[in-house]
Design a protein around this ligand. Structure first.
Ligand code: 13P
Ligand code: SF4
Length: 358
């Protein structure tokens, strides 16, 4: 039950639309683009650096990462890859919590980001002071936080989880009789609660991109495409999730596009993912889930404004100058690492168990 303690009335931590930055996509001529890409390739070699990019970033960045021994993936896999790579510098193309996680797991490495202002509405909507006070009221509960949080919030938590691991971790905790504090995404929290039946107190944050997907318009679109399968990221509202054929992390969505026996897919997540989906299933058709009705407008329009801050020009600049280094206070880092490492050990253990079963 999501019964909130009356002593701390959890407010709505959703970001007001007027505070959401505009999504600005970089425009470059073909010549500029090619020149930047060639120069970035040389710089990566020269600086012993690799790119670790999220699926929502610009296709040029994703291609560069793939072509130069870097990695494109979801947030869990980005953390794992950075940890295992021998490169001395990691350029994290994503949002700030991804850069911080890379730094926490690799304190000896240099972590750069094309733009340190690349934030996340979930991270912003979970300020450490409010969150600590809230947790302090429930000392008997296990604190589980989503990866999309600051290093300080992770340091206050017992476990960090990602969209691809949240249900398994909460099931594991529930089996041990644990009650949970969940933060910050309320939709993912509700989804996990429904899937596991766990006792969860849920923080009221949300993702400005996924929150814009509309259940009613999705119903109408499905009528126009009756054969299409619906793939949904669990940061989306309940009215959208309940129409999904597959609810999954970004990696799971790409896998479903490749493996499901369907020609058309309606996709409710950031449209940056279409690049890898199209690569994984070139003959299939991907349609954006609707973000607004006839009379409404969308703000992010299915593209994260902070992910869009990762541009070729900025990437070239940080590699040239070594600017935009990510730092995390050592004590915060030490504590946050415990909650992150729990997840990495848990997922590694599950892989081993699954391999054993097979
Ligand atoms: P994934 O972990 O599924 O890649 O999600 C990260 C994210 O920010 C989704 O909005
Ligand atoms: Fe955060 Fe949403 Fe952007 Fe993902 S898409 S980084 S959850 S604001």
């Amino acid at each position: 039950m999501n019964t909130l303690n009356p002593a701390i009335e959890l407010r709505d931590y959703r970001m007001p639309p007027e505070q959401v930055p505009e999504t600005i996509v970089e425009t470059l001529s073909v010549a500029e683009r090619n020149e930047l890409k060639s120069r970035i390739k040389l710089l990566l070699k020269e600086k012993n650096a690799i790119i670790v990019a999220h699926y929502y970033t610009d296709p040029d960045l994703q291609e560069l990462a793939d072509e130069t021994g870097g990695h494109v993936s979801d947030s869990l896999d980005m953390a794992r890859f950075g940890h295992e790579s021998s490169a001395q510098t990691l350029v994290v193309c994503g949002v700030r919590f991804m850069g911080e996680t890379a730094k926490i797991l690799n304190p000896e490495k240099r972590i750069l980001m094309p733009d340190l202002n690349a934030d996340c509405s979930l991270d912003i909507g979970c300020p450490i002071d409010d969150f600590s006070r809230f947790c302090g009221q429930y000392p008997d509960r296990t604190v589980v936080v989503y990866a999309n949080t600051s290093a300080a919030v992770k340091a206050r938590a017992d476990w960090m989880v990602t969209s691809g691991s949240a249900v398994d971790v909460v099931n594991h905790l529930k089996a041990q009789g644990k009650k949970i504090i969940w933060a910050p995404d309320k939709y993912l929290g509700q989804y996990v609660q429904e899937q596991t039946g766990a006792d969860m107190l849920i923080w009221q944050g949300s993702c400005v991109v996924h929150e814009e997907f509309k259940g009613i318009e999705l119903e109408l679109l499905r009528r126009e495409h009756p054969q299409a399968k619906v793939l949904v990221h669990p940061e989306s509202p309940v009215s959208v999730i309940k129409q999904a054929d597959v609810v999954s992390s970004t990696t799971g969505i790409i896998k479903a596009a490749r493996e499901l026996d369907a020609k058309e897919f309606i996709v409710a997540t950031d449209k940056g993912i279409f690049h890898k989906m199209q690569e994984a299933a070139p003959d299939k058709i991907f349609i954006e889930a609707p973000t607004a009705g006839i009379s409404a407008t969308c703000k992010s329009c299915a593209h994260c404004p902070w992910m869009a801050m990762n541009t070729l020009r900025k990437l070239e600049h940080v590699l040239t100058t070594g600017s935009n280094e990510v730092h995390v206070d050592p004590e915060t880092s030490r504590k946050a690492r415990i909650s992150i490492q729990r997840l990495l050990d848990f997922t590694a253990g599950r892989k081993t168990a699954l391999a054993g079963d097979a």
